[in-house]
Every structure is written in C-alpha cells, then in structure tokens.
Design a protein around this ligand. Structure first.
Ligand SMILES: Nc1ncnc2c1ncn2[C@@H]1O[C@H](COP(=O)(O)OP(=O)(O)O)[C@@H](O)[C@H]1O
Ligand SMILES: [Mg+2]
Length: 282
C-alpha cells in the first residue's frame, strides 16, 4: 500500500514537472530582447549564484525573485512555468476582452554558459517591473467580474494581494503567474482575494464584495463538503481585518454558514468567532 502511494506520488511529480517545463521555445515572442540579453550575459555569474541558492528548499514566499542594480525596471524570476502561466492569462484577457486586467511582459532567458536542456537550472524568466499604486479607490464589481472570468476560464487561483498590482489607470496587473492553475480550486481564487493581508473595506466596494460572496456561495452550493476549509479561510481573512467593515457583510457570512456548515457544533463555533471579532471591532 505504502509502495503504491510512493509510486503514485513519484509519477505525479514527474507528470507535473514535465507539464510545467513544456514551454513552446519556437514562440519568438517569449525570448528576451537582445539589449536585455546582452546585460544578462554580462552578469551570468550573479544569475547562476541566485539560481544555485534555489537548490535548498524555498523558505520565504518570494525566494526565487530577484532585482539587481544592473537591470533596473525588471525582475529576474526562477521557474520557467511562469511563461506558460502568463500566456494562459494573456489569452484569456484577449478572448474575453478584459480591459481591467493586464499581465507584465515576461521573457525567457537562457543562462550563458549553461546547457541548453530546458530546465529551471538553465533558463530564467525576466519580468517587467510594475509600479503599483496604493491609494486608489476600491475595486468595483467590474473588476470582480473580470477576476471571475480569469478564475473560471483559466483555473488560476493565486489571487492573493501580493500577486497583483493596482495601476493608476484602474487596471490590475497579475504579476505572479507561477503554476497555480487548478479547476478544483476555483473557490480558493475568490477566498484568496479576501485575505489575510487584504483590508476588505479599503479594497472592495460593497457591490464588489457582494459579488465575491455570491461567487463563493455558488461554488459551495456545488461542493458543500468544502465548506469547512472555505470558512477557515474566510475566518482568517476576517480575523486579520484592521477595522470593522463600513457595511455589514456578516449577514452574508451567516447566510453561507447556515446553508453549508455541516455540523451544529462547527456552526456555533464559527458564530462565536464572528461575535468575538465584532466585539473587538467595537
Ligand atoms: N513584475 C513585477 N513588478 C513589480 N513587483 C514584482 C513583480 N514581480 C514580483 N514582484 C514583487 O516580488 C514579490 C514576489 O514575486 P512573485 O512573482 O509573487 O513570486 P512568488 O512566486 O515567489 O510568490 C511580489 O509580491 C512583488 O512584491
Ligand atoms: Mg507571489
């Protein structure tokens, strides 16, 4: 039994790595422009040092993402699957004419002096730096609808606040397109938008948040067995709020809880938790 599980795990790993490393090298648009390539070639030792540091297990969320003085305006990123992720999202933006979502320019670079076998040791991704704005009006229902198209059509689900930048012109740039694509995790995409790390009141209009909740609601109706983990995430998001929301989103939460929380005990615990947050918020 143990051996069977081991073999299954191993084949999954091989399949996953095979899938993530299948970048279409014949696509000319993925290759870094010559003038940037020249700079990278001149600093290949620094790139190799950074790549070698990835051999040890990743410790922090942004290990594998670097900026260097000699390449202003760009990030160097480990993980060539980011190219595929960007392509998927870009295609979706074009197909559904999403005018509020963008992706940064990302290119592939072959590290000078390394073999040409396609691997994360030999190639890296160069991403255009996006300067985000912090004091912008909250995201609207139109932003949410377009996020929803991304989640539902591409299966991308890593929409935490640190993975997108808000720009002056009202668009949202999805800067992290590393392999977080999974159809089973659509609700996680919506839940990650809520937090932790997101100030709900500042980030969403009431309408936008209602829309977000309605999506979570629909999704849980389809997969009620996932309610406990969804509520655990929601609770984490609520717990991390710096202030009470300007509108009362708790009826929405209750609505979700009443319908989907599987046991009375869990429902009671969740309600008590929410009461505690409310008390703290005054
Ligand atoms: N293109 C970019 N423009 C601006 N900042 C970026 C860009 N790419 C990454 N960053 C910064 O680096 C952090 C980590 O990058 P990310 O692509 O999310 O890496 P990881 O896959 O490790 O989460 C981001 O949260 C952001 O602060
Ligand atoms: Mg990230």
């Amino acid at each position: 039994m143990k051996l069977a599980r081991y073999i299954l795990c191993l084949s999954m790993m091989i399949l996953t790595s095979g899938y993530s490393l299948s970048v279409d090298l014949s696509d000319k648009s993925i290759w870094v422009p010559e003038h940037i390539k020249a700079v990278l070639d001149a600093h290949s030792h620094a790139i190799i040092n950074s790549i070698d540091s990835m051999r040890v297990p990743r410790k922090k969320y942004n290990d594998g993402v670097w900026q260097f003085d000699w390449l202003p305006g760009y990030y160097i990123k480990y993980g060539i699957e980011r190219i595929n992720g960007r392509k998927k999202i870009k295609k979706c933006i074009e197909r559904y004419q999403l005018d509020l979502i963008t992706v940064p320019q990302k290119w592939l670079y072959h590290i000078k002096g390394r073999p040409h076998t396609l691997s994360n040791d030999n190639y890296i991704v160069i991403a255009q730096e996006i300067i985000g704005e912090s004091d912008l009006p909250p995201l609207t229902i139109n932003h949410m609808k377009q996020f929803s198209t991304i989640i539902e059509k591409t299966a991308y689900y890593d929409l935490r606040y640190s993975n997108y930048k808000r720009c002056k012109d009202g668009t949202i740039c999805l800067i992290d397109t590393e392999g977080c694509f999974n159809k089973q995790k659509a609700a996680v995409g919506y839940l990650k938008l809520i937090g932790p790390g997101t100030d709900i009141q500042k980030t969403f209009t009431r309408e936008a948040l209602e829309y977000l909740f309605s999506k979570i609601y629909d999704w849980l109706e389809y997969y009620p067995e996932r309610a406990p983990s969804a509520f655990a995430r929601l609770n984490k998001g609520f717990e991390a709020q710096p202030q009470c929301s300007g509108w009362d989103y708790q009826p929405y939460c209750y609505k979700l809880l009443h319908k989907f929380t599987p046991t009375k005990k869990e429902l009671r615990q969740a309600q008590e938790k929410i009461k505690r947050y409310k008390k703290r918020w005054g």
